[in-house]
Design a protein around this ligand. Structure first.
Ligand code: NAD
Length: 353
């Protein structure tokens, strides 16, 4: 690696503390965490104390004016991904923005255009892409072992997993509930493995049946009186190449399993489940299942950060691109719009060519 990367953190909450900072710190003198910014200055100060960060700000514009940074991690609630990404790109920084890319497709488009204009990296925190299951399956897919993938199921379902911390149940700050928070991870995983086909039409339904009532919380006690997001979203997505995805995502639903995150892919030569990884094929007059007896042990967040640092210092290409972020955001916002209107929504204007 060529030089030291000066990094700033915007948003001093859970994901910054648990995933970004500890993994940046694995780089010794290759990465220097120079500044942290949080609108709640005490949170930035606490993080600075805990991780030995020299500069603290409560306003990222001030941070960009006063300190020269090479790269920024954006770890704010979803509402501020857009403005802080645009600010960082204008200040000449590479950006690793947490998922989802933004609140709207228009914001994601402007973020992609700003990255292009600045000539800087913009990538998103879709850490499941860095899992061994996805990496190994991608090699099977690239080797043609599933054939053409024409159908998928996306599951991000929790029985009573409404977060009891943060702002995950606040529509104004997050843009939505399980669909934009956890469904987005599995949807991105499916799209990545399907080579990000161009979306055509979406049909979505959302429910708010359990989140607004007091109840058992397997992820802490949530603020049920101010619960303003959906507690379940379901949808169908069709693509210009004829493929389709069925999606289900819930913070709370009356199902057996406490938590299920999975993608099922169906191709004309084989299929697969991703979590846990299992491949289904027809060979030599038999139906066979392949499951790995060994997978490399990988810390998904560590690899995500490693690849971001390498992209910044060595010019390697990040696997999550701004254009994919636009497709994803169009699907998410299309599903919400469809649920609101009660009709299917046609998605147009391809920018992935
Ligand atoms: N990749 C993952 O699996 C994963 C997991 C958790 C959260 N996330 C994402 O990370 C982001 C943050 O989530 P979190 O759990 O850390 O939330 P959090 O609430 O713990 O932390 C967010 C922090 O941002 C600060 N903040 C709010 N507005 C700001 C602004 N304008 N400028 C600077 N700071 C601001 C808040 O004060 C807070 O300290 C969300 O977008 C979420 O979707 C991703």
């Amino acid at each position: 690696m060529a030089k030291t990367l000066s990094v700033g953190i915007i948003g001093a909450g859970g994901i910054a503390r648990d995933a970004h900072l500890p993994n940046y710190l694995k780089y010794g003198d290759k990465v220097e965490i120079v500044a942290v910014c949080d609108v709640v200055k005490q949170k930035a100060e606490q993080l600075a104390t805990d991780f030995n960060i020299p500069h603290v700000f409560s306003n990222y514009e001030e941070m960009f004016q006063e300190i020269e940074l090479d790269a920024v991690s954006i770890c704010t609630p979803n509402k501020f991904h857009y403005s802080s990404t645009i600010g960082a790109l204008k200040a000449g920084c590479h950006v690793l923005c947490e998922k989802p890319p933004a609140m709207t497709a228009k914001e994601a488009e402007e973020m992609a255009a700003a990255a292009e204009k600045a000539g800087k990296i913009l990538t998103y925190g879709f850490h499941f892409r860095h899992s061994p299951q996805v990496e190994v399956l991608k090699r099977f897919i690239d080797g043609g072992e599933l054939g053409g993938i024409y159908a998928a199921r996306v599951i991000a379902m929790r029985r009573r997993g409404i977060p009891g911390w943060g702002v995950f149940t606040n529509k104004e700050l997050q843009g939505g509930g399980p669909l934009i928070d956890i469904g987005v991870h599995m949807l991105d995983t499916a799209l990545y493995l399907m080579d990000y086909p161009e979306p055509d039409t979406v049909f979505g339904v959302t429910y708010q049946k359990l989140g607004t009532k007091k109840g058992v919380g397997l992820m802490g006690s949530w603020d049920w009186e101010n619960f303003s997001v959906e507690d379940m979203a379901r949808g169908m997505i069709t693509f210009k190449n004829g493929a389709s995805i069925l999606l289900e995502s819930a913070f709370a639903a009356n199902i057996e399993k406490a938590d299920e995150m999975n993608v099922t892919l169906m191709g004309d030569k084989g299929g697969a489940d991703v979590f846990p990884l299992k491949i289904y094929q027809e060979k030599h007059d038999s139906l066979i299942d392949i499951s790995p007896t060994y997978l490399p042990k990988q810390n998904y967040h560590e690899l995500e950060l490693k690849r971001f640092v390498e992209a910044c210092l060595e010019g390697t290409a990040p696997i999550s691109t701004p254009e994919q972020g636009v497709y994803l955001q169009r699907i998410i916002n299309g599903l919400y719009e469809s649920a609101l209107k009660g009709e299917a929504i046609k998605i147009s204007n391809s920018i992935l060519v």
